[in-house]
Design a protein around this ligand. Structure first.
Ligand SMILES: C[S@@+](CC[C@H](N)C(=O)[O-])C[C@H]1O[C@@H](n2cnc3c(N)ncnc32)[C@H](O)[C@@H]1O
Length: 280
């Protein structure tokens, strides 16, 4: 492991805003069940205003968006979730150095999210530039499987915001909303072309990947919907759980072909990026 990563991991241990549970803390009963983490239902205690609404960003990467939203909206609490510690380091360091009392970070797999948040504890969810997972529906963060997980902690009428460069993920999520009668609050296939229709915050605050995709000329899509309407059942844990269905009318092959090939430029210099774009 690189020296820089080790330094960030060591510094992560010192950030009180960053929660990094070990797998052993979560995996109980010989790995067949998830054990609830003690923070579940008690997130408010970690913030300056314990009763403020709680907003999550899943797959927050370096946490720029979580931090920027928290600075703009001080009367809500924000938690960024990601599995990569070296990325979370950036947001956690910023929040620590700027003494932000409404920001937290959680290092975990999103698959484990229900171990951390209690029923109705979360009021809004952001999914920012999530991998569209074009081959694996159950890995998509807007699939019925993930919506069921979110329904266990999202308050009634809670909002889910999706920002994406991916036509595939955007169309899939619209189809999931139609199939489950989930109310779509707002949507755009080209957010920046229609910026005047939306809260300025949506275009004034950008994630790291959003900046890269915009630079490459991809239109940014935005969808905001509510988790409601799907009939309730009982989950394996005995708790009520909403049931969601896959969209039968979603033509994955067609939208995969529309998606085409994505290039991310990683650490390239601006000049190298321009050369690569010319060669596309
Ligand atoms: C394409 S990046 C987007 C990062 C950030 N939202 C942005 O727009 O700049 C996707 C992020 O999701 C995280 N991620 C992907 N799958 C995950 C999972 N199952 N659990 C936790 N984090 C995950 C990755 O570590 C990565 O930081």
């Amino acid at each position: 492991m690189g020296h820089d990563k080790l330094r960030k991991f060591a510094e992560n241990e010192t950030f009180s805003c960053l929660l990094q549970p070990s797998a052993a803390e979560l995996l109980a009963d010989g790995y067949f069940a998830l054990r609830d983490h003690p923070v579940k239902g008690r997130w408010g205690e970690r913030f300056a205003s314990p009763d403020a609404p709680l907003v999550l960003e899943l797959g927050c990467g370096k946490g720029e968006y979580t931090v920027a939203l928290a600075e703009r909206v001080p009367d809500k609490n924000y938690v960024g979730v990601d599995i990569k510690g070296a990325r979370l380091w950036k947001g956690a360091k910023y929040a620590t150095e700027h003494a932000l009392g409404n920001v937290g970070f959680l290092r975990t797999r999103i698959e484990f999210i229900t171990a951390f948040f209690a029923p109705d504890e979360v009021s809004e969810l952001w999914l920012t530039f999530s991998d569209p997972q074009v081959r694996s529906e159950n890995s998509r963060l807007t699939s019925p499987l993930f919506l069921e997980r979110y329904s266990k902690f999202l308050a009634p009428g809670g909002l889910i915001h999706l920002k994406t460069d991916s036509q595939f993920l955007y169309q899939y999520t619209l189809a999931v909303c139609r199939a489950n009668a989930l109310p779509v609050v707002e949507s755009s296939e080209d957010l920046y072309a229609e910026a005047d229709r939306f809260d300025p915050c949506l275009t004034e605050v950008q994630t790291f990947y959003e900046g890269m995709f915009r630079e490459q000329g991809y239109p940014i899509k935005y969808l905001c919907f509510r988790l409601s309407a799907a009939p309730a059942g009982t989950g394996a844990d005995g708790l009520p759980e909403q049931r969601f269905v896959s969209p039968a009318d979603f033509d994955a092959d067609y939208w995969r072909s529309v998606e085409g090939h994505r290039t991310l430029f990683g650490r390239d210099t601006a000049e190298t990026r321009r050369q690569k774009l010319k060669g596309r």
